[in-house]
Write a protein that binds this ligand. Structure first.
Ligand code: ADP
Ligand code: MG
Ligand code: MG
Length: 869
């Protein structure tokens, strides 16, 4: 098997074998750009290396040295030569670019003798020793694993002693001394002499690059970016060109367009008399690329031509690394540049206008999840840089929020009513906090994970939320919070960056999101292409309005229980739950009816002729009850019963496994009055809109948690009875649909039966995932992380739909449902409805729509278009 490829054998298509860097070095060589010669050791070699227990093997070594010999032939130099030594770089390069995550070594091939040869051959001692000290440090850091600072201190000390600021001011004698001191560091730290055998150096460096695939930051980066662990990195061995030979030399990095805004202008930086890493490491402040025009107009013009050529060739914005040696330009790397969402959109749309790419390609160029950045208010990055970081948590819901810290929902609501911006700071959250969550700018919790209640709800609301900020101690009693020993009072202003999980001191100004300009254009293209309809999960007129602005085509899930948590209503709801007999319950429900009806009127009105699916009451009743002593006392007073009586009822309603307990349609089996009231509210609202506003609404009424046909039948009968009553009373005919959630595995596998009564299915993938895996959603956060770390699960199944298991159930149910009722409407309304990979799966299954939170609607529109391409 061939494990090593010369650059002139590679092409851009060979990324998975040669890594991105190697494949593009090959491609650029092929199209005749000035690329220093070299060869690539494949990703397969890296994997083989690990299979062999992290050992290089003889055949591979031989193959590497054969290619080295070829390179020596071409350059007329030899590795380790005393008169004219060849120096090489040993560069990592994986299939997907992981900028700065793995390691690279420059100037390999120098030793105590060849450095003299180098100095003679170039007649430049300073340059030779500058290269040597760089090499020892990089090799020491990457291969010998000696902390970088041990070398840096020596360099700094010398600069201090001489009272100079820049490396470039060091003389050759300084650099020679520094090299000696560096070797001393190696001796002290590792008990070895700095390796003088240049071939040994090459093998050690190659091995170190293989190993850097598994350094901690590379592992974390892969996890964050969904890059599989099994890919491995390639190693590029390339003859060196030198930007550090003097003032007609330099090195730099440029983007062919602005990666932050997308503006079509060359955007880059360079340094004179410097080598590779200096630019990004901030050793000196680099100069804007335009200045190169003044200093070396020919090299600059040559570089501009290369940029234009590369962008046209790859038909995408390029991120290009270059070096100038004695006014000669060399290209060392090109790749599709990483960019912000705003830049991605602007570049994609403008490239279509320029005739460079098609609309379809433009659609594929933007990462759907990235759009999230544009859908929440954001901080100005300049302002952020000036602010003080207090602590960090998990970035549960993106966005930016500033406000004064309050510790209870009531205090947040109160502050809000005074026109104050508030941040809700909690140890953890419960549904009772919802009011506070609505009224606050952002939520910060000390406990909890990304799937915690606070996180799910916050994402649903598009509210900035950071959870699990473990350094924070909250003391509700004294109304203070403590971070690392420092105490802050209630009302202290803080800012949350939901994109990073960073918590800052003080208020930071934000900018609000808009769906305008090129963003709008791209979305329109996506709409032309996609087959799936995009609905939204919305419970309030405000959410509904937002969803329509973002392009929602209907509501796929309106959770009626969320309407119950509102301050003015929760008391009535509690009264309803605690009723001692049917009469009392009906009485409470009668008070709820007009409130709920009004909600539906407003939501239907907002949605106009678009379809709305309303889900009847779902959660365990116990969730609505007070648990804090203080609240219980208040409620008992209100209800005119004793505290102990109330406590008894609360205790009676307590369940061991509430999520598998008395909830969903099971509630209606025991308390039919609840669903009767809700059906009435829905239909009366539709009738009022028809009568008064001439708006025809066809409500889709959805029964949650159905597991068997008989269950649905029983409830449907009761719903139809109520519906008929309402229609008769008002004398207005109204069409409506009755359907069901498919979220209990039994319902999925008997979907042919269920479809006899259900006119539509909506896959509730949160519960379906919970019940299919038997993972409690509220507890799984504690162990799922380790499942992912240990490669037992590729990804949290609550975030990305598990196609093999849960997906199979959905497919079975969809097929069975269609058997019974060919035109049955099929949709999905779990958190997965906004996840691009899950959306792709829904497209493949031929579902009619996905439904997601308002703030993910544009993401879903784009993902659905990508799925259709
Ligand atoms: P990264 O993946 O971290 O960008 P690279 O392998 O691209 O690492 O190397 C970093 C820098 O080192 C390059 O940008 C380039 O400036 C310099 N470099 C790499 N190889 C060579 C070479 N053959 N000649 C001169 N400079 C090089
Ligand atoms: Mg690079
Ligand atoms: Mg459910």
């Amino acid at each position: 098997k061939k494990f090593v490829y010369d650059f002139n054998e590679g092409t851009a298509e060979m990324k998975s074998l040669l890594g991105g860097k190697g494949a593009n070095l090959g491609e650029m060589t092929k199209i005749g750009l000035p690329v220093p010669g070299g060869f690539t050791v494949t990703t397969e070699a890296c994997n083989e290396y690990y299979v062999r227990g992290a050992k290089l093997w003889d055949e591979l070594k031989e193959e590497i040295f054969n290619h080295l010999a070829e390179l020596e032939g071409k350059t007329g130099k030899k590795l380790g030569d005393l008169d004219n030594p060849l120096l090489v770089s040993v560069r990592s390069g994986s299939v997907f670019s992981m900028p700065g995550m793995m390691d690279t070594i420059l100037n390999l091939g120098l030793n105590d003798k060849s450095v003299v040869g180098m100095a003679n051959a170039t007649d430049n001692k300073r340059f030779a020793y500058d290269s040597y000290r760089r090499f020892i440090q990089m090799f020491g850091d990457v291969v010998l694993e000696i902390p970088k600072y041990k070398f840096d201190t020596i360099l700094h000390r010398r600069k201090n002693d001489k009272g100079i600021e820049h490396d470039t001011e060091l003389t050759w004698e300084d650099l020679r001394d520094i090299s000696e001191l560096y070797k001393e560091v190696v001796r002290k730290e590792k008990n070895i002499e700095f390796p003088q055998d240049t071939r040994e150096q090459l093998l050690m460096a190659t091995e170190a690059v293989f190993k850097s695939w598994n350094n901690p930051r590379a592992i974390i980066y892969r996890r964050l970016n969904d890059i599989p662990n099994h890919l491995g990195t390639a190693v590029n061995i390339q003859s060196m060109v030198f930007g550090n030979m003097g003032d007609t030399c330099g090195t730099g990095v440029a983007f062919t367009r602005n990666p932050s805004t997308g503006e079509n202008l060359l955007y880059g930086e360079f340094l004179l008399n410097a080598q590779g890493e200096d630019v990004v490491a901030g050793i000196r402040t680099p100069k804007p690329i335009a200045e190169l025009d003044r200093l070396m107009p020919e090299a600059y013009q040559q570089f501009v031509d290369v940029c234009n050529l590369l962008e046209k060739h790859y038909r995408d914005m390029q991120d290009i690394e270059f070096t100038i040696e004695n006014k000669n330009l060399y290209v060392l790397q090109t790749r599709n540049g990483k960019r912000t969402a705003a830049a991605a959109i602007n570049i994609a749309v403008e490239m279509v206008e320029e005739g460079l790419i098609t609309k379809e390609e433009a659609i594929m160029r933007v990462e759907p999840n990235q759009l999230d950045q544009l859908l929440h208010p954001t901080f100005d990055s300049e302002q952020l840089a000036k602010s003080t970081l207090l602590t960090k948590g998990l970035p549960a819901s993106s966005g930016a929020a500033s406000g004064k810290a309050y510790f209870t929902p009531e205090d947040v609501v109160h502050a809000n009513s005074l026109g104050e911006k508030a941040i809700l700071l909690r140890t953890d959250t419960s549904p009772e906090d919802l009011e506070g969550m609505v009224a606050c700018q952002g939520i910060l919790t000390a406990r909890g994970g990304m799937t915690s209640h606070a996180a799910v709800v916050a994402r649903g609301m598009g509210k900035c939320c950071i959870v699990g900020a473990g350094e924070i101690r909250i003391d509700e009693e004294s109304k203070t919070f403590t971070i690392n020993g420092r105490v802050y009072n209630e009302g202290h202003a803080i800012s949350l960056d939901g994109n990073t999980g960073d918590v800052y001191d003080g208020e930071i100004p934000t900018k609000s999101p808009e769906l305008i300009g090129n963003f709008e254009v791209l979305m329109a293209w996506a709409d032309e292409i996609r087959k799936l309809k995009i609905r939204t999960n919305a419970d309030t007129p405000k959410d509904t309005k937002q969803a329509i602005i973002f392009g929602a085509e209907g509501i796929g899930l309106c959770r009626t229980e969320h309407m119950f948590f509102e301050e003015s209503r929760i008391a009535v709801v509690r009264q309803m739950i605690l009723s001692r007999n049917v009469e009392e319950r009906k009485d409470a429900l009668e008070q709820l009816l007009p409130m709920q009806r009004q909600d539906f009127i407003e939501i239907f009105r907002e949605m106009g002729s678009r379809p709305v699916t309303v889900r009847l009451l779902d959660p365990p009743l116990h969730e609505f009850l007070p648990h804090e002593e203080e609240d219980i006392v208040k409620l008992a007073k209100k209800m005119n019963i004793s505290v102990s009586q109330l406590k008894n009822v609360v205790a009676e309603l307590k369940e061991v496994n509430p999520m598998l307990g008395h909830r969903g349609c099971r509630l209606a089996v025991t308390y039919p009055e609840i669903y009767e009231m809700q059906v009435r509210a829905i239909l009366e609202a539709a009738i009022i809109l028809k009568e008064e506003e001439n708006l025809t609404v066809i409500p889709e009424i959805m029964v949650p948690l159905v597991g068997q046909l008989t269950e649905l039948k029983y409830i449907k009968n009761l719903m139809i009875k109520t519906a008929n009553e309402v229609i008769q009373e008002k004398g207005v005919k109204i069409d409506y649909l009755i359907g069901t959630m498919i979220e209990v595995p039994r319902a999925a596998i008997t979907a042919d039966e269920i479809a006899e009564e259900a006119e539509f299915f909506s896959f509730g993938t949160n519960d379906l995932t919970q019940m299919t895996f038997g993972f409690s959603r509220d507890d799984a956060g504690r162990f799922i992380g380790e499942y992912v770390e240990k490669n037992i699960l590729e990804k949290d199944p609550f975030q990305r739909l598990d196609r093999a298991g849960v997906g199979k159930l959905i497919k079975i149910a969809a097929d069975l449902g269609k058997q019974t009722r060919p035109n049955i409407k099929l949709g999905i309304c779990g958190e997965h409805g906004g996840d691009p990979s899950s959306i792709e799966f829904c497209h493949q299954l031929g579902l009619d729509y996905v439904s997601c939170s308002p703030f993910r609607v544009p993401i879903a529109r784009l993902a659905a278009a990508q799925a259709a391409l």
